[in-house]
Ligand binder design. Sequence first.
Ligand SMILES: Nc1ncnc2c1ncn2[C@@H]1O[C@H](COP(=O)(O)OP(=O)(O)OP(=O)(O)O)[C@@H](O)[C@H]1O
Ligand SMILES: [Mg+2]
Length: 265
Amino acid sequence: MNEMPNFEQAKTMTESKISANKVQVYYGDTHAIKDVDIEIQPRSVTAFIGPSGCGKSTFLRTLNRMNDTIDICRVEGSIKIDGENIYDPKVDPVQLRAKVGMVFQKPNPFPKSIYDNIAYGPRIHGLSRSKAELDEIVASSLQKAGLWEEVKNRLDEPGTGMSGGQQQRLCIARAIAVSPEVILMDEPCSALDPIATAKVEELIDELRENFTIVIVTHSMQQAARVSQRTAFFHLGVLVEEGLTEDIFTNPKDKRTQDYITGRFG
Ligand SMILES: Nc1ncnc2c1ncn2[C@@H]1O[C@H](COP(=O)(O)OP(=O)(O)OP(=O)(O)O)[C@@H](O)[C@H]1O
Ligand SMILES: [Mg+2]
């Protein structure tokens, strides 16, 4: 028997990208997220699953302080990214949201050209010193999002004139353009047909080489296809989290088992 510890593995298991501790979220008097602890691994895909209303989107939004934009919403507990508390008053939410990008359910390109959709973030964050550098960011973001070949000859056309699947990949390219470290996706394929969905899933699989991805999905097949780890939420509680394979084949909690076998949800 080999007694040597596997340091590489130990390292990847202990250095979480995101550490959430005793997180509570309230909307007025409604306690929507209860005591959630989770460690999210870097450069991998974590899926959040669970029945409608269980708090998946609410918890996802705590990870880049999107809940700050909802008046009645209050977040307690601690969320650290690379060891830094993102709720610290020193943290600028605008900078945070560049580091922790977000892609929504419905593709929401700006009513601007394809080029300007991508260039928008780098411009406001001052990421390029010249037109040539900005062109380079636009091209490489579209390449990383697997969209370059489809749009390279129509960068001046409006982003809203693309197909739904292309628009969603444009939104992913737009998130990538500001060099985020984490990308949050809230049901990014729910408005897409199966072919566009497959493309976005392929893209997510490629992106995990360089980004930490958290995806909310209603599709257990999708969670199984794209994620390495899965977290199951129920009534605001994180019931269990683990390797996706284990969650789907050998869940520990009866509630998880009932959900994945379709007994509720
Ligand atoms: N802006 C809001 N104001 C008040 N209550 C809210 C708000 N957003 C969510 N809630 C409540 O918080 C709870 C969790 O909602 P959330 O949207 O996070 O669930 P979800 O798991 O994402 O559901 P779905 O799968 O339907 O998207 C629900 O009871 C919901 O009604
Ligand atoms: Mg939701």
